[in-house]
Ligand binder design. Sequence first.
Ligand code: URA
Length: 190
Amino acid sequence: MQNWEGLEYSCSNCTKCGLCQTRNHVVFGVGPRDADVMFIGEGPGEQEDLKGEPFVGPAGKLLDDMLSIIDLSRESCYIANIVKCRPPHNRDPLDAEQDACIGYLRNQVALIKPKIIVCLGRISATRLIRPDFRITREHGTWTERNGIWMSAIYHPSALLRDPSKRPETFEDLLTLRQKLRELGCKPYTV
Ligand code: URA
C-alpha cells in the first residue's frame, strides 16, 4: 500500500494499460481524504479527461443535484472511478483495463477508510459489490463488507438517458440519507 503522495505519483505516470496512450489527464479522484462517503463511477468522460477531475460534465451536474437532495455537497464526499483514464468514445472500460487500475482505487479506499461506498452504475457495482450484481433489481440495497456499507444507484448518465428511472433513484437517495444518519456520517454527525 502506498501513501497519498506515492499513489498520486504512480497514477499520474501509469502505463499499465492502453488507455494511457489516449488520455489527456489521469483522473485521480477528488474530495476530503477523511470522507465518510465515497461515490465511485466507471471512468472519466470527455470533460473529465480534459479537466483531470471526475464528474464535471453533464453527468456530474446531475450528480451534484442528486447529492443536494439529501443535503450532501460534492465537497463533503470523495468521488472517483473504477478506471482513471478515459476509454475512447466513452466505451465501457474493458476487464483488462479495470484489472490494471483497480489497485489504485483499493489503495484510495484503504487510505480514506470510508463508512459508505456508493457505486454509480453497473460497471462499478459489478466490480465492487458482486460480479453478478443486477443494477435494475438491486439498486438501493445495502450490504456490509469489511466494515464498509456498500450500495449502488443508477449512473447519472443513465438517468439523463432515461428520466423514468429518476423516482427509483430518489427513493435510493432517501435510503442513503437514512444510512448516513444511522452511521453518524458527516455532515449528519450529531
Ligand atoms: N462518468 C463516470 O463514470 N465518471 C466520470 O467521472 C464521469 C462520467
